[in-house]
Write a protein that binds this ligand. Structure first.
Ligand SMILES: [Zn+2]
Ligand SMILES: [Zn+2]
Length: 453
């Protein structure tokens, strides 16, 4: 294909901008006529080459750094934004203006324009851009500057935060995230402005938080009602006024109806909020208390549904008056008996433990038990683990002795090293030995035994 006119590439011009100028100068009506569609089809799966699909090829994405951001792999923006002064002087679409963290042209001190003032339609990658005209065929008017209330000096990180917040504003109940390749925001200026407003005005943030809580199911404790707040705060990279809001607003709900709603969380969010380890999650899966999306193996990228836990708790909840101790307040007992929250949930499901479930701040302060029954349950859990090999950290929990004391006891041969761990003998022991040490220590026989060795 021979082109009659080949304009010079301008300094810092984006490839996509250059291609638009190339098409315009050679009399093409659309950029797709210029670019071989079969190439796009072959290289960019699942997208219609007539839409924005040309983007990753045309924008020369390699020129943009990898962002390591949870929402976007590259901070490159799919939707066009232009500096009207750059366009006016040379039809230039600057390379850096493709970066979503850039919202002003530093040369001209002007905000980039992403929308037509007249028809309010967002701009598309089209030849009209190089003439500073609206890309909506029915409008086609001259683009003009639109005012914004966002300060002029936001940092790159702050801009990313505002865009992140805007993502959560448009989807207030997102409980998990999937990373997209590029930033795709229809009305960039509005997204930036809305995100900024919510991050800087606490009352608006709280309002947003309440919206997510009311749409979540009755039977969830409040940390799960506010999982979007937790997520957004974790993703933000700068310090904002909303960070000083420590507790989410109090919302009192009655379990009126059992909802069938799923609660999908990223694996990391689930382990963090439920304070569970990987083996705990695996155990819950085995007992049908969580589902993995796509029914695949559990990985760091898994998205899991934890709603079956709460449906089960609502069903098994009893009203006995002696179920008056929250398992949160009995956490030391759990700790000493190597009893995890997962063990307890499975115990409830299998009717080995009676509980009353009243949604409160988190799951362990929402579960009430009878203390003596609970003690027995935890001790049985430890008995079940008798033959397991545990690490010294767990032995410390059982015995309440320090790591160094346990090591010296081991050296003296009171407890054996499991043969299965030849390389790290020091760090492991049998659970039964840890229980033996604990019992000896309780009746004052430990020091006696040590003297005899
Ligand atoms: Zn400019
Ligand atoms: Zn227009």
């Amino acid at each position: 294909m021979k082109l009659t006119v080949t304009p010079k590439l301008l300094d810092k011009e984006s490839s996509i901008g250059f291609l638009l100028r190339l098409a315009q100068r050679n009399g093409y009506l659309s950029i797709q006529d210029l670019v071989n569609q079969s190439v796009i089809r072959a290289n960019v799966p699942n997208v219609d080459p007539k839409s924005l699909s040309t983007f990753s090829q045309l924008a020369n994405v390699k020129a943009y750094e990898y962002s390591s951001h949870e929402l976007w792999k590259f901070t490159c923006s799919i939707n066009p934004r232009i500096c009207l002064a750059c366009i006016k002087s040379a039809g230039l679409i600057h390379q850096t203006h493709l970066d979503a963290t850039v919202y002003r042209c530093t040369k001209h001190d002007l905000n980039l324009v992403n929308q037509c003032f007249h028809c309010r339609k967002s701009l598309r990658w089209d030849i009209a851009l190089t003439n500073g005209l609206c890309t909506n065929e029915e409008c086609g008017k001259k683009l003009i500057q639109i005012d914004t209330t966002v300060p002029e000096n936001l940092t790159r990180e702050q801009v990313l935060d505002c865009l992140t917040m805007s993502h959560f504003i448009s989807a207030p109940c997102s409980t998990y995230i999937t990373q997209k390749k590029f930033v795709e925001i229809d009305d960039y200026a509005l997204a930036l402005e809305n995100g900024y407003k919510v991050l800087t005005q606490k009352d608006i943030f709280v309002e947003w938080e309440c919206r997510q809580a009311f749409s979540s199911a009755d039977e969830y404790p409040s940390d799960l009602n506010f999982v979007s707040s937790w997520l957004v705060k974790k993703i933000l990279r700068s310090n904002w006024p909303i960070h000083s809001i420590i507790n989410p607003p109090k919302i009192t709900k009655q379990i009126e109806s059992k909802s069938e709603k799923s609660l999908w969380l990223n694996y990391n969010t689930a382990t963090n909020i439920l304070k569970m380890s990987r083996p705990d999650i695996m155990l819950l899966k085995e007992f049908g208390l969580i589902f993995i999306r796509g029914n695949t193996r559990l990985t760091l990228n898994s998205v899991i549904d934890i709603s079956p836990i709460f449906r089960m708790l609502a069903v098994h909840s009893k009203t006995d008056s002696n179920l008056d101790t929250s398992i949160y307040s009995a956490s030391l007992l759990m700790h000493q008996n190597l009893t995890s929250l997962a063990d307890i949930l499975i115990g409830i499901k299998n009717k080995r433990l009676n509980t009353r479930y009243l949604p409160s701040s988190d799951i362990s302060s929402s579960l009430y038990v009878d203390m003596s029954e609970f003690r027995e349950f935890c001790q049985e859990q430890l008995k079940d683990k008798m033959n397991l090999i545990i690490d010294l950290g767990e032995a410390v929990k059982i015995t309440s002795l320090s790591n160094s004391v346990l090591k010296s006891i081991k050296k003296q041969g009171v407890i054996q090293s499991p043969r299965r761990n030849p390389y790290s003998d020091d760090e492991f022991c049998y659970c039964s030995d840890a229980i033996k040490i604990r019992d000896m220590n309780r009746v004052g026989q430990l020091s006696l035994a040590l003297e005899n060795y």
